[in-house]
Design a protein around this ligand. Structure first.
Ligand code: MG
Length: 302
């Protein structure tokens, strides 16, 4: 599949819209108990706000889309500079503690390899930050899964030196690329197809183990799945990505249902909904994004 840069960028922007909409929707539910009190059978009422504000997940994905627009590839040094610059403009977007430490260093010119490898006594972060921003990478490089894996790893590296943090980014980017192929009619649009492709491409480790467990779950509902897989409360890749991709895989033809069925499991709701939103947007296409939700989402800086 040879596609030109403009078409790839249109897909990356679709992924960004789906991701940011999920992020902003999920974030609303931290304002009250609506998600916890909702049933799993109908959409929860969204806590009211004039604007649904997006968070760090979207801010970092914007930098990735800008990197792809400028280079047609991910250069970790260039991306690190973009992350740092955007962080300096708006450090209050809900970044985690470790992210603040790393991004502050990137913003002031410390080499990314040093900044990313220092946390956790040199192990690097296995957080979900690489995964939450990865859908546009898969969207752009869809059609070449080896390239998706390599570019996803490069997109995580400036902040996540730990292989688990990178595995989460790889899993989400591959899911996004597979969703593109499903939308083009090149693959069956099933949960088993999505999860099998992701597992085949994800490096061994706890995130991949969780994805294997996800294939063994019947759809008994998001809360039951989250009980087994986690739903981001630990804010690490292995506790976030398996549930998010399980949820996405069961609603590949319905964006709003995919997102609200993710949020009612609670946990790291902006990030799980961002991951689901980025993947499912590519499967349903732009017309599948609810216009009334998009109208409420805070505008993007690109
Ligand atoms: Mg966030």
């Amino acid at each position: 599949m040879v596609l030109d840069h403009d078409l790839r960028m249109a897909r990356a922007r679709l992924a960004l819209d789906g991701l940011s909409l999920g992020d902003a929707y999920g974030e609303r539910f931290f304002a009250g108990p609506a998600a916890a009190m909702a049933s799993e059978d109908q959409p929860p009422l969204v806590p009211a706000a004039r604007v649904w504000r997006w968070t760090d997940d979207t801010a970092m994905a914007v930098s990735i889309v800008e990197e792809l627009a400028a280079r047609g590839a991910i250069d970790p040094g260039s991306l690190a500079a973009r992350f740092g610059a955007r962080y300096l403009i708006e450090p209050d977007r809900g970044y985690g503690g470790t992210a603040h430490e790393i991004l502050h260093q990137l913003a002031h010119g410390r080499p990314w390899a040093a900044a990313a490898s220092e946390p956790f006594d040199g192990a690097g972060s296995m957080g979900n930050g690489g995964a939450m921003r990865a859908a546009p990478v898969g969207a752009y490089f869809a059609g070449d899964l080896d390239r998706v894996v390599a570019e996803a790893r490069a997109s995580a590296a400036p902040t996540h030196a730990n292989p688990e943090g990178q595995a989460g980014a790889i899993a989400v980017a591959v899911a996004a690329a597979v969703a593109v192929e499903m939308a083009a009619g090149l693959r069956p649009r099933t949960s088993a197809e999505l999860l099998a492709a992701v597992i085949a491409a994800t490096p061994p480790g706890a995130t991949r183990d969780g994805l294997v467990r996800a294939t063994e779950l019947a759809d008994r509902g998001p809360r039951a799945a989250a009980y087994v897989l986690g739903c981001g409360r630990k804010v690490i890749s292995s506790d976030t990505v398996p549930f998010a991709l399980w949820s996405a895989s069961h609603h590949l033809d319905d964006y709003p249902t995919a997102v609200w069925r993710t949020v009612v499991a609670l946990g790291d709701m902006d990030t799980t909904a961002a991951i689901v939103g980025g993947v499912v947007a590519l499967a349903v296409g732009r017309d599948g994004l609810p216009a009334d939700w998009l109208a409420r989402r805070e505008p993007l800086p690109v």
